[in-house]
Write a protein that binds this ligand. Structure first.
Ligand SMILES: Cc1ncc(COP(=O)(O)O)c(C=O)c1O
Length: 359
């Protein structure tokens, strides 16, 4: 068919926008894949066991529409009730539900810059204006954040932030949540790797949603499971917006198995934190500038300040990291923390490239 024979019936803004561009998912065996903050370790043994026990006959039936068994497990873990929890198809589903619930053409959203670029994309898809709040030079929160938030209805904050990796002080978060007249979504995709989190805010601030995912700390990015904690009224409203069966039977079953294997989980998180500190020391030694990280990745600027060159040179040597070609991020690459073995290989390549700057 000739391409010019296509008549578009899309909304004009959808036709004109760029879609969200996820990190590449290449399947090259020798590739060291450090570009999408996946976990280098396999899911916990309990997940393997639960998968082996799945009866395919069960897949004939719809899953529990509101994922009640897994919500109960999560509620228990946080000392909350089922009414405080919504289960989602990955945290991107949580974010999409939230944007659709709390924004519109006349209810703008606010997000930090640089931060997770899916936020403005979701707003654009939904026809909601975006107020960008630029982070300070050190990627901290600007002092006048509350002033800048005026007139917006939803503030999306990744804490710790991505792609920068740093966190924001809890007192600052408390101040924002207490004084902002709108909904705050705290995206805690990386909180399991951090020194603290804001899960307890759910009991204290009715305008807070805390979002978590199994994609990073629980090695289950392919499963697609995330959840959010919030006031029961907020959860009830979000339930209206979600797809009827937004979490599959397989996902619900395996998510429960993952939650019960606490020892393996803690062990994996510890190993990643250790590998993160090892890579940090190695990068500093080569003259990189590295943002303090509370995540499973490091945001690092090579000594020549050319993030794109670093990305390309690594890629040519079968190491894939992420490069964001925007004004505030172009000096850096974002490197997901792999196994200590992968960290050693990465460092050897970087030492070849930047060894002259060695301290
Ligand atoms: C800040 C942040 N939030 C959410 C996500 C999405 O996670 P999920 O796989 O649960 O959709 C990511 C993924 O990279 C992320 O960086």
């Amino acid at each position: 068919m000739k391409s010019d024979s296509y008549t578009s019936y899309f909304r004009k803004d959808i036709d004109e926008m760029e879609g969200y561009a996820p990190g590449e998912q290449l399947n090259i065996p020798e590739l060291i894949k450090l570009n999408t903050n996946e976990n280098p370790f396999p899911p916990c043994p309990g997940v393997f066991q639960a998968l082996a026990n799945v009866d395919p006959e069960r897949l004939r039936l719809y899953p529990n529409p509101t994922s009640d068994p897994v919500r109960d497990e999560i509620a228990k873990m946080f000392g909350l009730t089922r009414d405080n929890v919504i289960a989602c198809n990955g945290s991107d589903d949580t974010l999409s539900i939230t944007v659709r619930c709390f924004s519109s053409a006349t209810l703008p959203i606010a997000c930090l810059r640089p931060s997770y670029t899916l936020y403005p994309t979701l707003a654009a898809l939904h026809g909601a204006p975006v107020k960008y709040i630029d982070l300070a030079d050190d990627f901290g929160m600007p002092d006048d954040v509350l002033d800048q938030l005026k007139g917006t209805n939803l503030f999306l904050i990744a804490r710790p932030n991505a792609p920068t990796g740093n966190s924001f002080p809890r007192e600052l978060m408390e101040n924002i949540c207490a004084n902002y007249r709108g909904m705050v979504l705290i995206d805690e995709a990386y909180a399991d790797f951090a020194a603290d989190n804001c899960a307890d805010f759910v009991n204290r601030f009715p305008n807070v949603i805390v979002s978590r995912t199994f994609s990073k700390s629980r090695s289950l990015a392919g499963l697609r499971f995330g959840f959010a904690l919030a006031h029961p009224r907020t959860i009830a409203g979000m339930m209206k917006m979600k797809d009827s069966y937004n979490v599959s039977y397989l996902t619900q079953t395996l998510a429960i198995a993952a939650l019960r294997d606490t020892e393996y989980f803690t062990d994996c998180v510890d190993k990643i934190r250790m590998a993160r500190e090892m890579l940090l020391a190695g990068l500093l030694d080569l003259g990189f500038e590295v943002v303090p990280s509370e995540t499973n990745f490091l945001f690092a600027a090579p000594p020549d300040g050319d993030g794109e060159r670093c990305f390309r040179e690594l890629r040519a040597r079968n190491i894939l990291v992420r490069y964001f070609p925007y004004p505030r991020t172009k000096r850096y690459v974002r490197i997901s923390i792999g196994t200590s073995n992968q960290v050693v290989k990465l460092w050897a390549v970087l030492a070849e490239l930047y060894g002259d700057n060695r301290k």
